[in-house]
Write a protein that binds this ligand. Sequence first.
Ligand code: HPA
Ligand code: ZN
Length: 319
Amino acid sequence: MPLPKAELHVHIEGTLEPELAFALASRNGVRLPYAGTEELRRAYDFSDLQSFLDLYYGLTNALHTVDDFAELAEAYLARAAEQGVRHAEIFFDPQAHTARGVSLGTVVEGLARALDHSEERHGISTRLIMCFLRDLPAASALATLEDAKPYLHRISAVGLDSAEAGHPPSDFREVYAAAEALGLRKVAHAGEEGPPAYIREALDVLGVERIDHGLRAMEDPELVARLVRDRVPLTVCPLSNVRLRAVDTLADHPLPAMMEAGLLVTVNSDDPAYFGGYVGDTFDAVRDTLGLGPERLRELARNSFEASFLDDDEERRAR
Ligand code: HPA
Ligand code: ZN
């Protein structure tokens, strides 16, 4: 039995497996710029975050209907259940879809259809986190928040993702304040490719309660001390960091040092269809390559529930 765990950093669009992408593209009359799944998989040779994002946004073109989003989420939940996931806080990127004429309502309705059956079908409780694309203007994020108002009962939090360098969290001060006023919780990607200063901004300017990635905090001992003191969770994605070249190899990953420093770290898959594994595979990989023993693995699983949006009663039931 895999260790029961929560997954807090997974982009639903990043769970689109090549086979499903081609099936949906064919159903929707969309041509993908690859001859087939083998050629597509060979293209998963990324040099950095941007080269990955180009391919990731390209494949999202296959997704059009409520059924497509429901199928995508259902496929993720089934895989996650096999890997011991009991709770999932799932990112989605509305602007990746609205920009090509697929409405936010279609996306949320489709995802919700799968999520509504998740507890009974897969034993996984869920939350949705709506991410703003930071390489688009803040005005587009504000318009997206406005667009989301009819669906806020489905959405727990806002996040910030896409190309990080040159797109500081402070650009999104206004939209995060508006999201907070609407009762949404707040997280943000920071310190994946961006500097430690972006992690500070996410905390100080946006008021996030969790940092997605946060890897580059390790360059700044004072920031590490603050994150430890305030028990700010970092949702770390080791396989993603290797595939997007934030670290050279998994053996070089700072996860053990982060745990040693007392940081509240969790381990997650990020975009499992692209980075070579779902979250259980990621636990196995850090066990085998970084030599994390059973106590450290249990600590990571415990952290995942502590860092989640679940309240104490929900946490006890999920563990
Ligand atoms: N980083 C930033 N944006 C993303 C990622 C990521 O790893 N995956 C999907 N959007
Ligand atoms: Zn991510």
